[in-house]
Design a protein. Structure first.
Length: 214
């Protein structure tokens, strides 16, 4: 099995992005699966293009995209991507789409095809704070997740795909307001490793209550 992990480059004034920094810390093999690592740009449209190039080059069985969600306190495995862009800030090339679809011919939303709940459960079993998220936002992270699942739906039905948001790394919060959540990069990487193991071990997701009340 091949698992392709992607992580974004820094954006929004940050000097690092914990997504790709944690991906780089992953071993080259997890649970017998070969791990491939790819950095993608935080740019609308170009992130998906870079991902598809990686898919064509490496022919992975699984794709897990990783992005930064500053303000979240744990690893959040995304369940759904929506066909909608509404950028609060411009991307790394100044693009700022507002109230527009990602794909004119795409479904309103796509669900992740990786075992989301099993990934969260595996992280929790290993002491990593984690939860299922039902919104990937409306920025480049959601766009990339949607692009991945759209490609799986239209072109690569044999691939399983999903997205994980990670908190700020510890060093990013030094100059941020008191109480800003953060996690050590090594812990973020451990969470990603657990996610990969869960994918290897679970073709279908587990049945466990992980919903929200709001």
């Amino acid at each position: 099995m091949k698992i392709l992990f992607t992580g974004f480059d820094p954006f929004g004034g940050e000097s690092v992005n914990p997504a790709y920094e944690a991906v780089k810390l992953l071993p080259d093999e997890i649970g017998g699966a070969q791990i491939i690592k790819l950095e993608v740009p935080t740019v609308f449209g170009k992130a998906g293009e870079a991902l598809e190039k990686g898919i064509r080059l490496h022919e992975p069985d699984v794709v897990i995209c990783v992005g930064q969600a500053g303000g979240r306190s744990g690893m959040s495995v995304e369940k759904v991507a929506i066909n909608y862009q509404d950028a609060r800030i411009a991307d790394n090339e100044g693009r700022q789409p507002i109230d527009v679809p990602i794909q004119e011919d795409g479904d309103t939303a796509y669900f992740a095809t990786v075992p989301v709940k099993a990934m969260v459960a595996k992280m929790r079993e290993n002491g990593i704070p984690a939860f299922v998220s039902y919104t990937a936002g409306t920025y480049v992270c959601n766009e990339l997740m949607y692009a991945l699942l759209y490609m799986i739906n239209r072109k690569y039905p044999g691939i399983r795909g999903g997205f994980i948001h990670v908190p700020f790394a510890m060093g990013q919060t030094v100059d941020k307001p008191n109480g800003t959540p953060a996690m050590a990069l090594e812990s973020i990487a451990k969470g990603l490793e657990c996610a990969a193991l869960a994918v290897v071990e679970n073709q279908e997701d587990i049945s466990m209550a992980m919903g929200t009340t709001h």
